[in-house]
Design a protein around this ligand. Structure first.
Ligand SMILES: [Zn+2]
Length: 406
């Protein structure tokens, strides 16, 4: 798969198929014990504060910075799990897809592919009222959600870098009947269908309380698991749920840098692969931006879980997971070979490695600074010159000064 010459190694473009671009603005602000101690749920409190301060232009500026940083790290495709849809208080914009359009524009201005995964969010949680922070995510019914999906599909039908997917945010925020309707629509139109699943143990307890079964079992019981289903995180699974994901040939999206950051636990990666599930990766919260780390972390964290070495697969397998499998999980299996990343061999981190070990060096020690050139749709990205990056960064710094000031 990689092409090796005397000076360079060229690999397929890297796919990061789970992202919440706006969360890039939280980087570095959630790590202190006194302020954000405890848990995923306290982290989520800050995320809601940020959400209340987003407008379309701020959304665009933050997303553009996030995507620029991703592209510099070799990412050619982002799956944007987009769930901030409305104005504060939950009032829709006149153009209902205003914020989705802003995010899409950010990606296409950088020049990378985007699968805008229009995400359904319908309630605060099981037996929980929606908080103020959640109002911007919520739609009262699936008709409105699917109307937006139709709008986006039509609007971007001819755009070479844009395609549209569909997601249910999670079992806790989308009632079962709605979940089935959304999944049926995705099946009817052959769209990818993504969902956060089994990330936190509390989520499992709530699923059992509401439905009597854990999340993956519930989805299997209601025909929602299939080969277009992408289970994001899939951390806490029963043996039978691993089997169900494998039998369905579902995708499992692993976001190790974010999962580590949030203290989510370790997913049963090797069991999932053995069962037949297909793995890929995602940058998710943008707490740490290095696409190579996202890939190798799947192997390295599994080593920690199993107390053994080389457990998931060799570098070719990991590269396939970070490229082809990512593209396939957002409905782009036919274009993945059109995107590529060229890496210089003249870099301190891999200098001197012979051809036979070069890919291992790139996967296990890859850094954004090794990336020399990124091509999407067989064209070199022109918008990553230092002056472009500096402008994007300056715009972002201005936005950052006006939000999350404390
Ligand atoms: Zn997520």
């Amino acid at each position: 798969m990689p092409k090796i010459t005397k000076d360079k190694i060229t690999i397929p473009g890297l796919a990061s198929v789970h992202s919440h671009a706006f969360q890039r603005a939280m980087r570095g602000r959630t790590q202190r014990q006194a302020l954000h101690a405890g848990s995923f749920w306290s982290w989520r409190g800050l995320m809601y504060q940020l959400v209340e301060q987003l407008d379309p232009e701020r959304m665009y500026t933050i997303a553009k910075l996030a995507y620029t940083e991703m592209a510099l790290s070799g990412v050619t495709l982002v799956g944007e799990f987009h769930y901030v849809h409305h104005q504060n208080g939950g009032i829709p914009y006149d153009n209902r897809t205003e914020l989705a359009d802003a995010v899409i524009r950010a990606a296409t201005d950088v020049g990378i592919r985007i699968c805008l995964i229009r995400t359904a969010y319908m309630r605060g949680g099981y037996q929980q009222e929606a908080t103020a922070g959640q109002q911007r995510f919520i739609d009262p019914n699936t008709d409105l959600i699917l109307q937006d999906v139709e709008t986006l599909r039509q609007k971007y039908a001819d755009h070479p870098l844009v395609n549209i997917g569909l997601a249910a945010h999670s079992i806790r925020t989308v009632p079962l009947e709605a979940n089935k309707d959304l999944s049926d629509y995705a099946t009817l139109h052959s769209l990818p269908f993504h969902m956060h699943v089994c990330e936190q143990r509390r989520e499992l307890e709530e699923s059992v309380a509401e439905h009597g079964v854990t999340p993956i079992q519930l989805l299997a019981d209601h025909g929602i698991l299939n080969d277009r289903f992408v289970g994001v995180h899939s951390t806490h699974l029963t043996k039978n749920e691993i089997k169900l994901l494998g039998e369905a040939k579902a995708f499992v999206n692993i976001c190790r840098t974010t999962e580590r950051d949030l203290g989510d636990g370790l997913p049963p990666v090797t069991e999932l692969i053995e069962a037949g599930a297909r793995l890929n990766v995602g940058i998710d919260s943008h707490c740490c931006e290095n696409a190579f780390e996202e890939i190798r972390a799947v192997e390295n964290d599994e080593r920690s879980r199993l107390e053994a070495r080389t457990v998931v697969g060799n570098a070719d397998f990991l590269l396939d997971m970070g490229t082809r499998q990512g593209y396939a999980s957002v409905g782009l299996k036919d274009v993945w070979e059109k995107d590529s990343v060229t890496i210089t061999r003249d870099h301190i981190a891999i200098a001197g490695l012979p051809d036979e070990y070069l890919l291992d060096g790139v996967i296990y020690n890859g850094l954004p600074s090794m990336v020399e050139q990124v091509s999407v749709d067989q064209k070199v990205l022109k918008n990553l010159q230092p002056e472009d990056v500096a402008r994007t960064q300056a715009d972002y710094v201005k936005v950052l000064k006006n939000i999350l000031s404390s």
